[in-house]
Ligand binder design. Structure first.
Ligand code: DXP
Ligand SMILES: NCC(=O)COP(=O)(O)O
Length: 248
């Protein structure tokens, strides 16, 4: 496999915590899931510490920071409280995401173009504590240009609209948008990651796009793990995306 078609898998363990929080138990433990994911070939672990703490908790993030052998991709909203927490935590990677309390999941990308000063300040603070910062944005040229301007070295393109497409034509259109977004990101010298809503039947087309550095995938892996076990679910996803990237 050449350098051009290698791809990384970041496993998001948020929804292991969702299951635990549903009953207020001590199990299942997202920290164990993260360690199992690493053993199965995950290149990194993604966690989103939401303001409403609906899934992952501070305890999970702190324990993972000590225990992970790969790297943490810490997803957070752009708030003073989260910035202060990240400065203490010092994760290897931070992904800034938009957040609203009422949403079922992250519905769209961060509006970087509409709040450049605020995002630039956040990026600078996070870079000062050693984090590689990425911005979770839609594959929109305006947002990609703004991401480059505020000094973030990486972006993660939101694949939710592609994943939720209701027709073949709509899916093809969203895929083309992401492909163009990858190209635009690379042309600005950005590292381009992608994720959201990817599963075993739709991830290959995204993995096959040349230049995508990493896919972050969570919900589908956690769901599949119920039937095949966590390590097997991660292995299957890793195999799927590596094969697609090699063909791409
Ligand atoms: C930003 C993002 O896409 C992830 O945080 C992921 O989707 C986690 O799940 P929820 O959006 O359901 O919290
Ligand atoms: N940033 C996207 C992510 O971490 C995974 O999202 P999902 O697979 O749980 O939808």
């Amino acid at each position: 496999m050449t350098e051009a078609n290698r791809i990384l898998l970041g496993v998001n363990v948020d929804h292991v915590a969702t299951l635990r929080q549903a009953r207020g138990t001590r199990y299942p433990d997202p920290v164990k899931a993260a360690l199992d994911a690493e053993e199965a070939g995950a290149d990194g672990i993604t966690v989103h510490l939401r303001e409403d703490r609906r899934h992952v908790q501070e305890r999970d993030v702190l324990m993972m920071k000590d225990a992970l052998q790969t790297r943490m991709n810490f997803e957070m909203g752009v708030t003073e409280a989260m910035l202060a927490f990240a400065e203490q935590l010092r994760p290897e990677h931070v992904c800034l995401v938009p957040e609203t309390r009422q949403e079922l999941t992250t519905e769209g990308g961060l509006d970087v173009a509409g709040q450049e000063v605020r995002i630039r300040e956040a990026v600078e603070r996070l870079r000062a504590c050693g984090a590689e910062v990425s911005l979770f944005i839609d594959a929109d040229p305006r947002q990609i240009e703004a991401a480059a301007r505020v000094g973030a070295p990486a972006i993660e393109l939101h694949t939710g609209r592609y994943a939720d497409a209701h027709s073949v034509a709509e899916r093809a259109c969203e895929l083309a948008r992401i492909r163009d977004g990858v190209e635009a990101g690379l042309s600005h010298g950005l590292i381009v990651n992608a994720g959201h809503g990817l599963h075993y039947h739709n991830a290959e087309a995204i993995a096959a796009i040349r230049g995508v550095n990493e896919l972050n995938i969570g919900h589908a892996i956690v769901a599949h793990a119920l039937f095949v076990g966590f390590k097997q679910a991660v292995k299957e996803m890793k195999h799927l995306i590596l094969s697609a990237a090699a063909r791409g």
